[in-house]
Design a binder for this molecule. Structure first.
Ligand code: 13P
Ligand code: SF4
Length: 338
């Protein structure tokens, strides 16, 4: 297939819907192409287990940004969602940044459209704007400091105590930080549809069955879930907690993909994915994250599509707020890359 056909194909579907030849070993071919093209696969913890296993690196959204900035590959493939690939492209604009499916969006990023956010900022001047990395590049151009769930609390604390803050877009994370710090924070009313789904009643039922289990939760969860949690933190923080803590059973209130790394690190421990309110499901999956498949990953490496393309003006504006986050994170010791 020529590159023009691939381009139209991607334009139509958002991904290369070209299957690998039936006689090849996809995994071996991906490994071969990665080497040949000097490409690196960076995967988020919420990816399917097979994608996590073939990735060169698996991490949370902060670490993926740090890895994108520091690695020496010519091609970066983000096995994650669109805002993660966009962040990578902003950090390394001269590199080819690919995502296996452009439809891999994020409900939280969608809950903060740039035109509405702009108006909100105009109505509330003299605030420092802190935005979660789960936003579009355009929102990042309107932001003073980007944050992730790993560093959000510390970034807010790093500001002078009387600073007026606008925090966007996640209301649950924002309210959690506000309650922890007592800071003057105006919070955008956005949320992640995966983390808002967890059922306190169903979690407590599991806890009745396993009274020794610890409940751990991502701060994007609703306050009612956070209130019953033994530990609250980003994906990395939850993973580290289960590794260092000496309990044997955990009820994990975040996207279920993270359980793969938890089980890998501690195969003798018991991890239960927290159930959502909808009783037809036993755990919560992010359907955007799960759009990335091995076939799409293969096609992305083979045809080097879909590619993230951003205008230079947008990159130059958005990079400032991301750089500020990376600088503060480094100073705070959240520096994965030594
Ligand atoms: P982390 O920053 O913990 O990786 O979370 C990203 C995310 O999308 C949470 O839903
Ligand atoms: Fe976005 Fe929620 Fe999916 Fe994370 S889990 S990528 S916040 S929709």
């Amino acid at each position: 297939m020529n590159s023009g056909q691939v381009y139209f194909n991607v334009k139509k579907y958002g991904f290369c819907n070209i299957n690998p030849p039936p006689d090849i070993d996809i995994i071996e071919d991906i490994k071969r192409m990665k080497k040949e093209k000097n490409a690196v696969i960076l995967a988020h913890f919420y990816q399917n287990s097979d994608i996590q296993d073939i990735a060169d690196f698996v991490g949370d959204s902060l670490v993926l940004a740090q890895m994108a900035e520091k690695n020496k590959a010519d091609i970066i493939i983000i096995a994650g969602v669109h805002f993660m690939a966009e962040t990578a492209k902003i950090l390394v604009p001269d590199k080819k940044v690919l995502i296996p499916d452009l439809n891999a969006g994020c409900s939280l990023a969608n809950s903060c459209p740039a035109d509405k956010f702009k108006k909100f900022l105009e109505a509330h001047p003299y605030h420092t704007v802190i935005s979660y990395v789960n936003t579009t590049a355009e929102i990042k151009t309107l932001t003073d400091i980007v944050c992730t769930s790993t560093n959000a609390l510390k970034i807010v604390e790093s500001l002078p105590e009387d600073e007026k803050i606008i925090f966007a877009p996640d209301r649950n994370l924002g309210n959690y930080i506000k309650s922890k710090t007592g800071r003057d924070m105006l919070i955008w009313d956005g949320a992640c549809h995966v983390h808002e789904k967890f059922s306190v009643v169903r979690i407590l039922k599991i806890k009745e069955k396993y009274p020794e289990a610890k409940i751990i939760a991502h701060p994007e969860c609703e306050e009612t879930v956070l209130k019953i949690a033994d530990h609250i933190g980003s994906t990395s923080s939850l993973l580290n907690f289960t590794d260092k803590d000496n309990s044997k059973t955990y009820i994990v209130a975040t996207e279920s993909g993270i359980l793969h790394q938890m089980k890998k690190l501690n195969p003798d421990k018991h991890f239960i994915a927290a159930p959502p309110k909808d009783i037809t499901y036993s755990c919560s999956n992010c359907e955007y994250m799960k759009l990335i498949s091995m076939k799409k990953l293969w096609a992305t490496l083979k045809y080097e599509q879909p590619e993230i393309i951003l205008e230079k003006v947008l990159i130059n504006k958005a990079i400032k707020s991301i750089h500020k986050m990376l600088k503060i994170s480094k100073d705070l010791g959240y520096n994965y890359i030594k």
